[in-house]
Design a protein around this ligand. Structure first.
Ligand code: SF4
Length: 409
């Protein structure tokens, strides 16, 4: 029994007082918190110099009879770049099912718990890798202590998640009297952190989410200047896919380019797979922005597939929309650094496709497949998917001969 007040397990590196703060880089190096790394569960480090971690949340109620299929989908999400996956755990029955799932998958799973500390305690009887719970939401300090003691004992970090829509009453009243929502989020998060400090529990991450872009950016900037807890960044209730991706991109790419944010979740009214694609692209965009502004890029750069596709117009001889929607998830699951061009016609198609590692384009009533700038195959539209799959697998092996296939092409 390790218990409190021990600083709980994990690579905790404090950089208080050594913040790399200047006009362009607001990032204060955070401590590193390890998620998982026990039993069969992967270790994922968040914070410090670790790469920014992409995560998402399971969209459905967990059901016992779906566990096999759920585990299969979790593996596919892992192939796409998801490193941590969160589940809502509304009751003890859900805790049991999540626990059984956690015994079978290597991706670190997170239990999202509200109000009932017994649910958090039960989850930690299984290899559940992180708990999201707010002390203020549990209330009774004896119950909070029980959760923190068990978390310290098991090496389970905790994320405090503050949401602009559910501020404590006194803080909400301050907002009504003129306090900015961003400061209200920070004050609430720091109030929760004070409880962890009181118990000597350091394996804690923080999120402050609002549906507004300005509130999200300001709150995270202010927090990062004053604290060293790793930040989980996201825009809450961002919206339907296009709206949510744009809003999340505007907020999160700015923050990440400044070095603020250690793990990203994009919240969309859409699939977990598309949340992962959006989060990866936001990290890529942030790396490009950081490259321009002199910000830190190392934590954001990641390999993988870059997809270029034409918007389609009246000249198209190949349905780029249908093709990309059929192939997108599979392309993002490829463990290879490849540029893929999907073009509609011979006006711009061959030119773009020639600059990609692999390209496909319409040309009259045929579809051309390009490899490294050369048209290697002309097929009918009906044969295009199969021909592309073969060419893609050849390109993948060439790019990453030692890596196993993950894209299931
Ligand atoms: S590549 Fe061809 S089909 Fe696609 S937008 Fe350009 S001109 Fe139109």
């Amino acid at each position: 029994m390790r218990g409190l007040p021990r600083r709980s397990r994990g690579k905790i590196r404090l950089y208080v007082g050594t913040a790399a703060m200047n006009g362009e880089n607001r990032r204060r190096k955070t401590r590193t918190v390890r998620i998982g790394g026990f039993a069969h569960v992967n270790a994922v480090d968040v914070g410090g110099d670790s790469p920014v971690v992409v995560q998402t949340m399971w969209k459905d109620r967990l059901r016992e009879r779906d566990l096999e299929e759920t585990a299969r989908r979790i593996a596919a999400l892992g192939d796409m770049g998801c490193r941590v996956l969160r589940f809502a755990v509304p009751d003890l029955n859900a805790a049991e099912i999540l626990g059984r799932l956690a015994q079978t998958v290597s991706m670190p799973l997170v239990a999202d718990v509200h109000f009932d500390h017994k649910i958090a305690l039960r989850c930690m009887d299984f290899p559940v890798a992180k708990i999201r719970v707010n002390p203020g939401n549990i209330g009774d300090m004896k119950k909070v202590r029980a959760v923190l003691e068990k978390a310290a004992d098991k090496g389970v970090p905790i994320r405090v998640g503050v949401n602009a829509g559910s501020l404590p009453r006194d803080v909400a009243e301050k907002v009504e009297r003129g306090m900015s929502r961003a400061l209200a989020l920070v004050e609430t998060a720091e109030r929760e952190l004070a409880v962890f400090d009181e118990f000597g529990f350091a394996d804690v991450l923080v999120s402050m989410k609002a549906s507004g872009i300005a509130d999200t950016v300001s709150a995270n900037r202010i927090f990062a200047e004053r604290n060293d807890a790793p930040l989980h960044v996201g825009v809450t209730e961002a919206g339907p896919p296009i709206v949510g991706a744009v809003r999340s991109g505007a907020a999160l790419a700015s923050l990440l380019a400044e070095g603020v944010g250690d793990t990203v979740r994009v919240s969309l009214s859409d699939s977990a797979e598309n949340e992962i694609i959006a989060a990866r692209e936001i990290c890529n965009a942030a790396a490009e922005l950081a490259g321009v502004s002199g910000g830190p890029t190392d934590r954001l750069l990641r390999g993988g597939v870059k997809v270029i596709s034409c918007p389609r117009c009246g000249r198209h001889g190949f349905d780029t929309h249908g093709f990309t929607s059929r192939w997108l998830a599979r392309l993002y699951a490829l463990d290879a650094d490849l540029t893929v061009a999907v073009m509609g016609c011979e006006v711009n198609g061959p030119g773009e496709a020639r600059h990609a590692d692999i390209g496909i384009t319409g040309a009259g009533n045929r579809v051309l497949i390009f490899r490294r700038g050369r048209a290697v195959l002309a097929v009918s539209a009906g044969e295009a998917d199969a021909a592309f799959a073969d060419a893609l697998e050849a390109a993948r092996i060439e790019a990453s001969p030692d890596r196993p296939a993950t894209g299931k092409t």
